[in-house]
Design a binder for this molecule. Structure first.
Ligand code: CP3
Length: 344
């Protein structure tokens, strides 16, 4: 059930609330002892595929940190597995795609699948979480944006320069288009299934869009991200997240989203000014700031809040995910500082 007066959903809609809502990307993860304990017993993909465990991992940080939203425990790369490319999370954590896509033929050989059926374990987790969180905090569903997913499919894992990805759109734009259209369709269906199961907002992660020129973004990425956002169930807020995109904000905004993610490489007031105040923003503390003393963390939180200037439509977050070595008590100090200093 929607909780219309909740601070997080109010901020998504640029409505006033009595304090600035806060949550953290990767709030469920390796920096938490509870997660590491479960992770010692199960493989990462196993955790994602067991709805009871995924629900437990999602809810633990909400209770422990006092954040204003839960984010589903899953991964952006889960949608790639049913395409038959051989997804694996290596022992040191980095994802690997065993059969990367490098040509038009590879694109056409990707398996077609029904996201409603093949990813049902995700919706089962969403249902369980929604039931537990009822009247507490909203649940955010998520997916990777077509570009970031394509980059993993094509590079076969993480990348520094995205050479294979860019070569595909430079050299075979038709194959690129076919790939991006397929990803956009799968991602939109996947997100709408999460919403049908109970997710109250969704975040689209375009984590690596910052490697693109504005012109390439406009031509090779924007239409597909826009297609996903336009296809989301009406009334459900969409958070459009990316990093390193201070030079692409105009294009990111044009692709859509009710809330735009800002990372720490741009001052929040300047980024918001460039986007326009008719859209909400999320961010933008440097994740490494959480390694500073609680006193310094508080000062940096104060700076972000000062730049947001009490305007409705600010969701406090980091500019990217919590790092694995982050002290949990520093994360709690940050959440408390946001609540205390933004109280109005
Ligand atoms: O708490 C949450 O934010 C929810 C769960 C979540 C995970 N991944 C769990 C995870 C979310 C929202 C993601 C998104 C995700 N996954 C992104 C977009 C956000 C970003 O960080 O840019 C990306 C690029 C991925 C792909 C991915 N998954 C990578 C690169 C890695 C390994 C390195 C890393 O950053 O951890 C993963 C594995 C992963 N996904 C872990 C977790 C908790 C660690 C797995 C482990 O326990 O070993």
């Amino acid at each position: 059930m929607a909780k219309p007066n909740h601070a997080f959903l109010a901020a998504c809609r640029r409505e006033h609330s009595s304090y600035t809502p806060v949550w953290l990307m990767r709030q469920a993860g390796r920096y938490m002892e509870e997660y590491r304990k479960l992770r010692a017993q199960y493989d990462f993909l196993e955790l994602c595929k067991k709805p009871d465990l995924a629900a437990e991992i999602t809810i633990t940080p909400v209770e422990r940190l006092g954040v204003d939203a839960a984010i589903l425990f899953a991964d952006i790369l889960l949608v790639l597995e049913p395409m038959g490319v051989g997804l694996e999370y290596s022992k040191n954590g980095g994802p690997v795609i065993h059969h990367p896509v490098r040509s038009g033929k590879d694109v056409d050989n990707l398996k077609d699948f029904d996201p409603q059926q093949e990813l049902s374990f995700v919706y089962d987790a969403v249902k369980k979480i929604s039931k537990t969180l009822k009247n507490k905090v909203p649940l955010i569903g998520f997916a990777g944006a077509p570009f970031t997913l394509a980059s993993y499919l094509i590079e076969g894992g993480g990348s520094r320069n995205y050479v294979h990805t860019k070569k595909l759109f430079y050299g075979t734009p038709e194959a690129w288009k076919r790939l991006m259209e397929r990803l956009a369709k799968v991602v939109a269906e996947y997100l709408n299934c999460q919403i049908a199961a109970g997710a109250e907002a969704v975040q689209l992660f375009d984590s690596w869009a910052g490697c693109l020129t504005p012109t390439d973004y406009e031509q090779f990425v924007l239409p597909y991200t826009k297609a996903v956002i336009d296809a989301i169930t009406p009334g459900v807020p969409v958070i459009h997240f990316s990093t390193g995109t201070a030079g692409l904000l105009k294009q990111i905004r044009a692709a859509g989203g009710d809330v735009i993610g800002l990372d720490w490489r741009v001052n929040l007031d300047e980024g918001w000014g460039m986007l326009g105040h008719d859209v909400a923003v999320q961010g933008n503390l440097d994740p490494v700031a959480l390694f500073a003393s609680p006193k310094d963390i508080k000062a940096r939180v104060a700076d972000v809040l000062r730049r947001a200037d009490g305007r409705p439509g600010h969701i406090f977050n980091l500019g990217h995910g919590v790092l694995p070595e982050t002290p949990v008590d520093h994360v709690i100090a940050m959440v408390d500082a946001v609540h205390e200093m933004s109280s109005r």
